[in-house]
Design a protein around this ligand. Structure first.
Ligand code: SAM
Length: 254
């Protein structure tokens, strides 16, 4: 996976992405990171890339031409169509399933906005996807781009040591992950659930599956509509939901 980032703050991207698991992925050649400073394409004395918005209003806007030239410098180098993602609070909300889809691409271009955003005309011309990381407004697209690249990197084969891990993680099957424990077996008078010490793999798998379902019912019932459960598991969901409702009524009556 080759990440190309158009930004006014390339050091910000490099310093985060070259650490930890993504850093190892870069060192091992499974990921590449190419940051392009949009300011390098501002052909004026002070390398200014922003200007006042037509029609007035608060703040400044990134101008179309430097953004376009920075993008073109990558697009021409690659020589084939590449998805260009503009990070924007107005975009489609990022999700694990979107990350899975994007992880299949060979190259991805991320365009990070700043100030009040970017001149609409260049967005119309070069952007294929607009993605938001949530319903709040940040100062720039760098953190959202890093959130996306981090999530996508973990899905690139070989980047995580254990290739199985993304499969059982939260959201992978529209379920949240089960609780996990490590040594010691008892900590602060809290024992690890018996079944995990039993060495009986089928029972461990069953317990984990039930825990995943239970957590999802309690914390994120909205995810269940896309979950692929057996008839027995749906029965379990109904039982849990009934118990939850009874708990809620008991609380209300206290
Ligand atoms: N005026 C814009 C609006 O109301 O839609 C917000 C501009 S914001 C201050 C500056 C930049 O931060 C945006 O161009 C975008 O790249 C990035 N940004 C801010 N919030 C974001 C979010 N929730 N998801 C993705 N990018 C975001």
């Amino acid at each position: 996976m080759n990440f190309h980032v158009l930004t006014l703050f390339p050091e910000m991207i490099g310093s985060v992405m070259r650490e930890s698991i993504t850093g190892r992925g870069i060192q091992e050649g499974l990921l590449t990171l190419d940051t392009v400073n949009i300011r390098d394409f501002a052909f004026n004395k002070h390398q200014k890339v922003d200007d006042y918005p037509y029609g007035g209003g608060a703040g400044m806007l990134m101008q179309a031409e430097p953004v376009f030239l920075a993008w073109k410098s990558i697009a021409e180098k690659l020589g084939h169509p590449v998805r260009t993602i503009y990070l924007s609070p107005q975009g489609e909300t990022f999700s694990q399933s979107m990350a899975k889809e994007l992880a299949k691409e060979e190259d991805l271009i991320f365009l990070c906005g700043h100030y009040e955003g970017i001149d609409e005309r260049v967005l119309e011309e070069i952007v294929t996807d607009q993605v938001s990381i949530g319903d709040y407004v940040l100062t720039g697209g760098e953190l959202p781009a890093m959130v996306m690249m981090d999530t996508i990197s973990r899905l690139v084969p070989g980047v995580l040591g254990n290739e199985d891990s993304p499969e059982t993680e939260s959201f992978s099957e529209s379920l949240l992950e089960y609780p996990q424990y490590s040594r010691p077996a008892v900590w602060h008078d809290r024992p690890v659930p018996e079944v995990l010490l039993s060495g009986h793999h089928a029972n461990v798998d069953l317990w984990r599956r039930q825990q995943s379902i239970e957590r999802t019912v309690r914390k994120r019932p909205d995810l269940l509509k896309n979950a692929d459960l057996t008839g027995k598991e749906w029965e379990y969901v109904r039982k849990l939901k009934k118990e939850l409702k009874e708990e809620e009524t008991q609380h209300e009556n206290i």
